[in-house]
Design a protein around this ligand. Structure first.
Ligand SMILES: NC(=O)c1ccc[n+]([C@@H]2O[C@H](COP(=O)([O-])OP(=O)(O)OC[C@H]3O[C@@H](n4cnc5c(N)ncnc54)[C@H](O)[C@@H]3O)[C@@H](O)[C@H]2O)c1
Length: 254
């Protein structure tokens, strides 16, 4: 193996900001080269500019041709793909009757189609190095709640897709896992979390706070490393305990 191909690599989608940017920086700190994928060219280039060992690629993960070209470019420049983090996501909260088919499709296109497309295109390269896939779902994919008919359903699909990938790709040594974050104060969350929603989350989360981008990123990076070499098909909620407690009944509070 040449010097160029000995260094491990990762692809992170939605890497221009939020959880994807934090994950990129943690991979870099681990000594990996990182392909930063995002459709927001301006922000992507601004964030990637000062970083070393990154390959920024402008790509909309919901577009099959763009995804194919992106994976080809990364494989060509890096020589190997050890990890794929399907993090790009969009949020759109609304009642069932107000969720037009267009809004539904927009959410599905990035959150579910994007995970399918990027994973499928990366598999031939992941096979060569027994690589890892980590898909980013949400606590909204683990249980139903109001206003999340599209977002929640897309994220539940991501959890099932992860299990399908684990079942089928295990024979190649490829692991597939899922991280389900609780609320993190990123641009995505702040666009749909009103002050009332923020207060309600604090109330329902045992750790009584939002998580940070780095707290989600460290679970993602862990699942990509040898330390998780016998973990596949799992969904780990990094959510301050929200999922484990379910619906809190005020009358049962101590
Ligand atoms: N922030 C939260 O509270 C929270 C909670 C649960 C799950 N998540 C999930 O975590 C992931 C990251 O979210 P975030 O909060 O960091 O969001 P963010 O909006 O800060 O960042 C998402 C990034 O993805 C990019 N992106 C969106 N659609 C894309 C597409 N089709 N192709 C390429 N890039 C695209 C955006 O340009 C943006 O840079 C998402 O999948 C989200 O659903 C977030």
């Amino acid at each position: 193996m040449t010097e160029k191909t000995a260094q491990k690599t990762a692809i992170v989608t939605g890497a221009a900001r939020g959880i994807g940017l934090a994950t990129t920086k943690q991979f870099l700190a681990e000594g990996r080269r990182v392909a930063m994928i995002d459709r927001d060219a301006e922000v992507l280039m601004a964030e990637a500019g000062p970083l070393e060992n990154v390959l920024p690629v402008v790509c909309d993960v919901s577009q099959p041709e763009q995804v194919a070209a992106m994976i080809d470019e990364v494989a060509e420049k890096f020589g190997r793909i050890d990890a794929l983090v399907n993090n790009a996501g969009v949020a759109d909260f609304g009642p069932i009757e107000e969720t037009t088919f267009e809004r539904w499709r927009t959410v599905m296109a990035t959150n579910l189609d994007g995970v399918f497309l990027c994973s499928q295109a990366a598999v031939p390269h992941l096979k060569q190095v027994q690589g890892a896939i980590v898909n980013i779902a949400s606590i909204s994919g683990l249980r139903a709640s109001t206003l999340r008919v599209a977002y929640g359903t897309s994220k539940a699909g991501v959890i099932q897709l992860t299990q399908q990938q684990a079942a089928e790709l295990g024979e190649y040594g490829i692991r597939a896992n899922c991280v389900a974050p609780g609320p993190v104060r990123t641009k995505l969350a702040m666009a749909v979390h009103s002050p009332e929603i923020i207060a309600a989350y604090h109330d329902a989360i045992p750790l009584n706070r939002y998580g940070s981008e780095d707290e989600i990123a460290s679970v993602i990076v862990f699942l990509c490393t040898e330390k998780a070499s016998y973990v596949t098909g799992q969904t780990i909620a990094s959510d301050g305990g929200f999922q484990s407690t379910g619906v809190g009944l005020p009358a049962l509070r101590v």
